[in-house]
Write a protein that binds this ligand. Structure first.
Ligand code: T1G
Length: 693
């Protein structure tokens, strides 16, 4: 086959080698499926005695081509290609390196023998796309491994290593080195043994254990709350216990195609591609980041220690500055605790080795050779300017000065230095070594390669970076303030905190706004309101009951009483809050709120503010808001994000609701100009993503 084909066929003596070469991930798009089918026809027809299928590049096969989803499927379909491989009249080996995911794993299961080289991993990530394996995986895998490992892999979507695959019987051999060479060697052995075809599909149905399926359904309904695909995966595996392969594959296909039509599939694929688009900013194309070999952190409190931990976990040496030795020691202890917890979570092997990358100091001179410093001191503009003045004096030319502020004006901080072009905001979310979101806050004065370096740091830290403009709260906290405000207005209008929390959890967020307040501490909300009091619009409302709660010392979980009373972490509605709420409601019209009404208002407020954030250029595209809410605020991934939710609901209806509510509260429900524009033009937020990508 000519070299530019996505599937090549060549011979190594009696062995046919079938190579899939479809960069970047050897996705099983139409041309690859056609190529595999043709290669199997050729293999059956020629005098090769055995075939080896390998992937070219960094991996075996990355699965079905996700870009084809939502379009009419074109034959040969992947399940038919896997059947075609299995039906070969001579033995076929899959020689796997790197990921064999989804359809990639299914092609390997269609082969008669499976070899993996060290470092290979096998997985069924379809549930992360709102789907299930759709090319025989749910039928063939349990025939090899039994039901339990198949349920775990298909419901969790988590990959397994080559040794684990060998242990459960998914593969036959683990080898070292080049997959083509290892595959050819294995083929030689099999020929010498006179091994013939060995069709997985011909194996007996796996044993049906009703208790195991009931247990899996209960467990995954909880672990994957709100998600449909994991439970459907269980149905598909259960079909394998009572149907022959052909029937089972038909049933799997039926379940798969049903899921293909669901909003959850659309939401999770939207999220999948956004994860990759969010760091692709036109203005950064071709801009190289600056060196990132040594990091400085100023302040060893919760955030500073968390940021230092994140850098150490990424293998970046850190110099942490505190005001005195005792504080530096305390920071070291916090970081040590973070690393020990990472070991307990199985995220780290050797805490001591990782900790050896940390040095602490009390003198800024220790930062003279760092490439990037992240300031994480008290949220006060004066204190921050003092820190940046000192940094400006000691850092080498070209070093980057970053602030972790969560709302202060980064442009103003930059202007306090002689090098505003080297100043940027890196807003981490607590705990900084766990939360994936990083808001990269970019003043107009910041150099492009500084922004590029911030995104490079995020990648090093395995975080998802989103570019934000400078405003109070940037993207996430600004939108949060608004949908929290919608919740407060519903309290004043007759809803209880507990009704709102329940409705928002039913929508799919892990917590409602009042549970979240209790967790974070109600003093934070009080201080934010106090900070904004001087500039508050007189038409705005103040949740005076919340101020009362603060003055009573009801701060939430940390004091055992807030909107809930706590025995340990379990919360019970705190009815003592109601008299405070009733006082605040005096003179206001009251109504009953259904969960749907609560969800609609809460989400409309979120989307309306998000449209303002995009319209003002604080977020570059609607997708940046979706990614922010997914990674920083617990928005359910299976909904894709608030902007996709709005498109799915329909922008005209949302705008009409907002305009209706604006009649009673014109200040809060001021429609976003961008929302009005899109409705007038008949466009959606997704259209805007396309236009700006
Ligand atoms: N289809 C189409 N494009 C894909 C793709 C896929 N399966 N996987 C990755 N890409 C694109 C990605 O968008 C990016 O594009 C580029 O490739 C590099 O990706 C029937 C139905 C394989 C571990 O879910 O996990 O099989 O941004 O940056 O870090 O049962 O990609 O450059 O334009 O992620 O080296 C199941 C998803 C599909 C695997 C490689 N498979 N992909 O990671 O590269 S459903 C998956 C990954 C299925 C069957 C079912 C990773 C990777 P761009 P990347 P990477």
């Amino acid at each position: 086959m000519p070299n530019d084909q996505p599937v090549r066929y060549d011979r190594h003596g009696e062995i046919a080698v079938i190579t899939v070469a479809n960069p970047p991930v050897n996705a099983l798009g139409l041309a690859v499926r056609q190529g595999l089918w043709a290669a199997m026809d050729r293999f059956d027809a020629d005098d090769a005695r055995i075939a080896v299928i390998v992937g070219e590049g960094a991996l075996f096969l990355g699965g079905a081509d996700i870009r084809e989803f939502g379009k009419p499927p074109v034959a040969p379909h992947l399940p038919d290609v896997c059947d075609r491989i299995e039906a070969a009249v001579k033995p076929v080996i899959a020689a796997v390196h790197g990921p064999a995911l989804g359809g990639g794993c299914e092609v390997a299961l269609g082969a008669h023998y499976r070899l993996a080289v060290t470092g290979a991993r096998f997985g069924f990530p379809e549930v992360h796309l709102g789907l299930i394996p759709g090319a025989g995986g749910s039928q063939r895998m349990p025939r090899l491994t039994g039901v339990a490992p198949a349920l775990e892999m298909m419901c969790s979507g988590a990959p397994i290593s080559a040794p684990r695959a060998l242990e459960i019987g998914l593969i036959d051999r683990v080898a070292e080195g080049d997959p083509r060479k290892a595959g050819i060697a294995y083929a030689g052995e099999l020929l010498a043994e006179g091994a013939g075809v060995r069709r997985t599909g011909a194996l007996p149905c796996p044993t049906h254990d009703a208790a195991a399926f009931a247990e899996a359904r209960a467990a995954w309904a909880k672990k994957a709350k709100g998600q449909v695909a994991p439970l459907v995966a269980i149905d598909a595996v259960e079909a394998a216990t009572r149907m022959d392969l052909a029937e089972g594959i038909k049933e799997e296909r039926r379940l798969f195609l049903d899921l293909m039509q669901t909003p959850q599939r659309a939401g999770m694929i939207h999220a999948f591609f956004n994860d990759r688009k969010v760091s692709k900013l036109p203005e950064l194309q071709g801009i190289s980041p600056r060196p990132l070999d040594r990091i400085g952190v100023i302040g060893g409190g919760t955030m500073g220690a968390g940021i230092a931990t994140a850098c150490l976990l990424a293998g970046l040496p850190v110099t942490l500055i505190e005001r005195d030795a005792a504080s530096a020691d305390k920071a070291r202890a916090t970081i040590t605790g973070n690393l020990d917890a990472a070991v307990k979570r199985g995220k780290l092997k050797d805490a001591a080795a990782t900790l050896s990358g940390l040095s602490t100091a009390t003198d800024y001179a220790a930062l003279s050779d760092v490439d990037l410093v992240i300031e994480a001191v008290f949220e006060d503009m004066g204190v921050k300017k003092e820190v940046f003045t000192q940094l400006d004096a000691v850092l080498k030319p070209g070093a980057i000065l970053a602030t972790n502020t969560s709302y202060l004006d980064v442009t103003e901080i930059a202007a306090a230095t002689s090098r505003p072009q080297d100043v940027i905001g890196l807003h981490f979310f607590s705990p900084a070594h766990v939360m994936k979101l990083l808001e990269v806050v970019v003043p107009e004065t910041t150099a492009k390669d500084v922004t590029a370096t911030a995104f490079a740091l995020a990648k090093r830290l395995k975080k998802t970076a989103v570019k934000a403009g400078v405003c109070d709260g940037f993207i996430g906290n600004r939108i949060l303030a608004t949908y929290r405000g919608a919740a407060d207005r519903m309290i004043l209008g007759g809803a209880t905190p507990w009704e709102i929390d329940a409705a928002i959890k039913d929508f799919g967020l892990p917590m409602g706004p009042f549970e979240m307040g209790d967790l974070a501490g109600l003093d934070i909300g009080f201080m934010t309101r106090a900070r904004k009091a001087a500039t508050r619009d007189p038409r705005d409302i103040v949740p005076i009951w919340a101020d009362e709660m603060y003055h009573k010392g009801w701060l939430g979980q940390k004091t055992g009483q807030g909107y809930y009373t706590y025995e340990g972490r379990k919360g019970t509605p705190n009815e003592a809050v109601m008299p405070l709420i009733e006082t605040a409601r005096e003179g206001r019209p009251q109504q009953a709120f259904t969960p749907e009404m609560i969800q609609r208002r809460y989400m409309a407020a979120m989307v309306n503010e998000a449209a303002k954030v995009v319209g003002e250029g604080i977020a570059a595209r609607p997708l940046d808001v979706d990614v922010t809410l997914l990674y920083g605020y617990g928005f359910p991934r299976w909904r894709g994000g608030p902007m996709l939710w709005a498109d799915t609901e329909g922008l005209p209806g949302l705008l009409a609701d907002i305009q209706g509510w604006a009649k009673d509260d014109p200040y809060f429900w001021q429609p976003a100009p961008l929302l009005e524009q899109l409705v007038a033009e008949g466009r959606t937020f997704s259209d805007l993503n396309e236009a700006t990508s």
